[in-house]
Design a protein around this ligand. Sequence first.
Ligand SMILES: [Zn+2]
Length: 421
Amino acid sequence: MKVTERLESTYRNLAPRWNQQGGDAAYIPDHRTASAGFAPRSLSLSFTHLNSLLLDRDLAHLYGVEDLVKRLLFPVETSFYINPQAVRVCAVKAPGDINRNDQQLLRRTEEPGTDHNARVWVLKCRQCLNIYGSNSTDGWERKCPKCQKGKAGLTVPTERDGEDWTREEHIIAFQLYNKIEFGTIHMRNPEVIELAALLGRTVGSASLKLANFSRLDPFLKRRNIKGLPHGAKGEEAVWFEFARDPEWLAFESERLLAEREGRSVEEVAQIETDDLPPPGKEREVIVRVRVNQSFFRRRVLSAYGFRCCVTGFSVRPLLVASHIIPWAIDHTNRLNPRNGLCLNALHDRAFDSHLMWIEPDFVIRLSPDLRRVTAESKQTVEWLLSFDGKQLILPKRFQPDCELLAKHALGARKKLELIRL
Ligand SMILES: [Zn+2]
């Protein structure tokens, strides 16, 4: 038996075991014996996930293992490659997988491609966010047509166009509606383009859906900004479902999006994961809370156009979505964006510790107690105090709730009296 045949029979024996354990194999053959004409002596298996397979680079080349693995391990339409640095075979087959040129598989479609037997895949360049179609047969090696001089992309299929929007699609669109900056719902916005590509709909139809949500936004209604007429019932259903149980729906919307994109909910919601406990009940609870906090943060920050409502400051890492009435105290308003203010980190702390409050007519007040400071702090305090009596910069939607502001201001005044006494 030739070495290639032995190798092939080894793989044949192993494949069912890999599949059984839902895993992946690290295959480390003894290079000398193998190249001397013997079957690999040492085979070690470690199961992580099916997307990567460790191989000896020279052997892979020598025996055409790339082809072999492709035939034995993965479905026919799967394409994968051998990364020359990591000596790793990575499959590009499911949404979320990233190819060797940093192109992410966004969606697989059943639409015929231009290659023999190929289907169209929708890819997203992780470097310039360009979205385009490719053949399933070359998705693994595709380069971005826009920033990597790859060949022109295929048309992104819009096969769902004209069909009714499902509840799930509505929830995913609602998720984006809440996070998109006000006034940027248009057909050139990359986030709108991505939503359309993800759902298999035209960009026009996706942006119309987002605009329809603003029709239901009570604050925009009051300002007489009307959404487009003929909105579907589905938007209304999701809107009211959110009003009834915001914490459940906010998490659900992130989860559905993560599932579609083949990413983790932690990644989609961009939450810190370094300090999380290992998978289990405890982790689930913390992730749920953080995902919801992140939903609130994006919702508030995007409403304010990513600018501090006291100073106009716009350096994003220093901006905080501050709760007017804290998360722990008021359960019903945890995710209510009208219980939020976009503040820079210092004014956020001042607001939180009642050294600053906002009058119901949106006039900013800073505590006179701030004046009792040492000479070294004088300059910073002068800066903080310079906003006293100024008008709050109001957001384009989700204007802060005056009742909640009044409640917070009352707390600040009480504290001031206590200090005076
Ligand atoms: Zn690109």
